[in-house]
Design a protein around this ligand. Structure first.
Ligand SMILES: [Zn+2]
Length: 162
């Protein structure tokens, strides 16, 4: 058991984008996306980084250890399952998420209209109020037009410290 009342987690994820595939971010399907994620699972780069942030905050490794991308059973899987598992591991160790900050780097389409939907979706998965999920959008300035990258920090709070 950690001696710290608070722990910081950090997660990062990226997927190559290709035509003819769906793009899902934070559990929210992105409408009018010309390109979607190439992935073994549903390719939700936000949820993959959220799960890694939860795990890293307690030094529990990364999602590749729990959901190997060579396992047929995880093919096309809903990444909400991955977040739920990471959250379960965090709770088992006596911590809960306090707040999370999500940064998505994507050139097209503009995600601004989806900010509230993504915040609400991630908040619901983590049993947090929407106000505890910050969502920022960046572009690569044309450096990586067929690429989505995400970064997530998560504050974990030891149960009883809130
Ligand atoms: Zn991923």
């Amino acid at each position: 058991m950690s001696a710290l009342p608070f722990r910081i987690g950090f997660g990062e994820d990226a997927h190559r984008l290709e035509a003819g595939r769906p793009l899902v971010l934070g559990g929210v399907p992105v409408p009018h996306a010309e390109l979607g994620a190439v992935a073994h699972s549903d390719g939700d780069a936000v949820l993959h980084a959220v799960a890694d942030a939860l795990l890293s905050g307690l030094a529990l490794g990364d999602i590749g250890q729990y959901f190997p991308d060579t396992a047929a059973e995880w093919a096309g899987m809903d990444s909400r399952v991955i977040v739920a598992r990471a959250l379960e591991l965090v709770r088992e160790r006596g911590y809960v998420p306090g707040n999370v900050a999500v940064v998505v780097t994507l050139d097209r389409p503009k995600l601004g209209p989806l900010r509230a939907d993504i915040a609400r979706s991630v908040a619901a998965l983590l049993s947090l109020p929407e106000s505890e999920v910050g969502v920022s959008f960046k572009t690569s300035e044309g450096l990586a037009p067929a690429h989505v990258q995400t970064r997530v920090t998560a504050l974990l709070v030891r149960a009883g410290e809130g």
